[in-house]
Design a protein around this ligand. Structure first.
Ligand code: SF4
Length: 250
């Protein structure tokens, strides 16, 4: 499996889920490398914005920001090795995240099978951008899909980011929640049009402010929270950013 590298180790860490329907839940995060989308505001750009790629990121213009060296940003591990790292924590709630984890479906299946060998009560959440439909085995093994379809504010072409058949398949699986990152009021119309087009039930919709620090989140959060109330959908904060800032491994 290709995991995001943090120094000499893989980005596997014990924290609180910071976003979405299970916000606040203690969980072991396993961050996989690679993504099939390249969102301009992505906060895990170390999983895909590699030297030599043409992708654009909003940090590109910042002093000191450089694209990541692929060899230094990825660590290769077998599923059994990853499972061993996960088991170091006294927590059976695992968040499989990325990047886009479903690019490594085979490895994920092996990891889940490896963890389940001990007969303990594991629960798996998977974070995905909603462009790839998991196979039956993963659909059965994962308890919750945190699906985050991307809007125009991601800078990604619509034919790459919007896959109605995948959204439909995830909805039919009955385990998916759909979280949208909102930056400005005009994003809301786009969300609601997508929700209607894809017939996503409103009680499965979550709106979350875009922002990599508290000031950015707070620029959006108050009015977005009011809109959530008025539309009757869930609001999600970015708890990990409030607690720990824009850091890796938290
Ligand atoms: S889909 Fe997610 S991980 Fe991939 S570039 Fe967009 S925000 Fe980042």
């Amino acid at each position: 499996m290709k995991l995001a590298r943090m120094g000499d180790v893989a980005e596997i860490f014990f924290t609180l889920q910071g976003e979405g329907v299970s916000v606040g839940m203690p969980a072991v995060f396993v961050r996989l490398s690679l993504c099939n989308l390249h969102c301009v505001w992505c906060d895990t750009d170390h999983t895909w914005n590699f030297v030599g790629t043409p992708w654009v990121h909003e940090k590109d213009g910042l002093p000191g920001y450089q694209k990541h060296c692929k060899e230094e940003a990825i660590i290769e591990m077998g599923a059994a090795e990853v499972a061993e790292e996960v088991r170091k924590y006294e927590c059976r709630h695992v968040v499989l995240t990325g990047g886009e984890p479903l690019l490594q479906e085979e490895g994920l299946g092996e990891l889940i099978a490896e963890l389940l060998k001990d007969g303990r009560d594991w629960f798996f959440e998977m974070e995905t951008n909603g462009t790839r439909l998991p196979g039956d085995a993963l659909m059965a093994a994962v308890g919750q899909f945190n699906v985050s379809p991307k809007l125009g504010n991601s800078g990604v072409a619509v034919n790459l980011r919007e896959k109605p058949e995948v959204i439909r398949g995830l909805m039919e699986g009955g385990k998916a929640w759909f979280k949208f990152v909102v930056e400005k009021e005009s994003d809301l119309a786009e969300v609601m049009a997508l929700v209607e087009r894809s017939q996503i039930p409103m009680d499965r919709v979550i709106l979350m402010p875009e922002g990599r620090n508290v000031a950015e989140i707070d620029r959006v959060a108050p009015w977005l929270a009011e809109k959530c109330r008025d539309f009757g959908v869930r609001f999600s904060d970015r708890l990990h950013v409030r607690l720990w800032g824009d850091k890796r491994g938290v």
